[in-house]
Design a protein around this ligand. Structure first.
Ligand SMILES: *Cc1c(COP(=O)(O)O)cnc(C)c1O
Length: 354
């Protein structure tokens, strides 16, 4: 730390992203990216756009907002596009949390929530998941805090029914409830149909996971017009050009080819069922997943060791050190070939004890 770094941020622990090795030396199952390239249409649209890079992008992202709104069955005024959904989550902490509106989220959830809370100096409560890693709805009723729920949750993969979220919305009418649907396309139940009825609901989604565009950084929020306006106040006070032209072009291409996205999601779900089944045959306990990853542990293999030995053998998965989940690993679902490599490597390393 330099002597110039202000005391405001000196104690901040930043988010730790999963490893992004420069050379493709690993079977990479650690950051929940799509194993499939973006739609061909994304490439075509982007190629056409490069000649307009001398101009600033449209700060309102009108064309893309209209396309996203159509996909979601809402109007463009209900959409805000951001630089990854991480950005809209940060905007939500800035816009809807303060000393009087502390944040609340699960003890085991997306690691960025406590970082955003600290960054914005917002007090927060971590509410423990139950012994099956599920949200206990009762813990969220009338708590008078701004609530963040990843649904389906990461790193557990478990989803909560929409009716339960509706209970939480009803019981906290004076607080915003943010539902982070980064993984919803892999089997979750979206809360978008609720935005017309709940002025305190903000749903966030992303192009990073199901739409093969993690490198382009594009996320979006869906909410009533007033919440979107508040979030725009934050956006125009930080970075009006938060979506670059190439990303907008690529996203329009991706949205023009919905069958491709759907097919890929189906393949991921099939590969997930296969991988979970094979892991279970080897004695792993695998949590029920509605995402593009599985969360698994084995009674005879420590979580940290499995992570390390797989890495040494060319397979990268994600291990978290938090005590409650230290024996688990989060394994992204890739292609069938990638999953077979993972499974064969585990068999080769641990064949004797499985
Ligand atoms: C991956 C992820 C995000 C954000 O991804 P972006 O690439 O910033 O859109 C948000 N929430 C959860 C729970 C995630 O796993």
């Amino acid at each position: 730390m330099s002597r110039f770094f202000t005391s405001r941020y000196a104690g901040l622990t930043p988010y730790t992203p999963g490893e992004q090795p420069n050379r493709m030396e690993y079977v990479k199952l650690n950051t929940n990216e799509s194993p499939f390239p973006p739609s061909k249409a994304a490439e075509e649209y982007t190629a056409k756009f490069t000649r307009a890079l001398n101009l600033y992008p449209d700060p309102e992202c009108r064309e893309l907002a209209a396309a996203v709104a159509k996909m979601c069955g809402v109007e463009a005024k209900n959409i805000l596009l951001t630089n990854g959904s991480d950005e809209i989550l940060n905007f939500a902490f800035m816009a809807f949390c303060d000393e009087d509106h502390p944040a609340a989220f699960a003890d085991l959830t997306y690691g960025f929530y406590p970082v955003f809370a600290q960054l914005n100096r917002i007090p927060f409560e971590e509410i423990p998941l139950d012994e099956n890693f599920c949200i206990r709805v009762e813990d969220y009723l009338g708590i008078g805090k701004t609530i963040f729920i990843a649904n389906p949750n990461a790193p557990t993969g478990i989803c909560l029914e929409r009716s339960k979220i509706e209970q939480i919305l009803q019981a906290n009418p004076n607080n915003v409830v943010v539902v982070d649907e980064a993984y919803v396309d892999f089997g979750g139940e979206s809360c978008i149909p609720l935005i017309g009825r709940y002025s305190n609901l903000l749903v966030t989604q992303t192009f990073s996971k199901s739409r093969s565009m993690a490198g382009a950084r594009l996320g979006f929020g869906i909410a009533c017009e007033e919440l979107i306006r508040d979030l725009n106040t934050i956006k125009y006070s930080t970075n009006p050009y938060n979506i670059n032209s190439l990303t907008m072009a690529a996203a329009l291409g991706t949205l023009s080819d919905p069958d491709y996205t759907q097919r890929n999601c189906r393949t991921v779900m099939e590969n997930r069922a296969y991988t979970a089944g094979e892991l279970q045959k080897m004695g792993f306990e695998v949590l029920p997943s509605s995402t593009n990853f599985v969360f698994a542990k084995h009674a005879k293999i420590s979580g940290a060791e499995l992570y390390q030995r797989l890495k040494e053998n060319g397979v990268l998965i994600r291990h978290f050190t938090k005590e409650r989940i230290a024996e688990y690993n989060r394994i992204t679902i890739g292609t069938r070939e990638q999953m077979d490599t993972l499974l064969e490597t585990i068999r080769r390393l641990y064949g004797g004890i499985l």
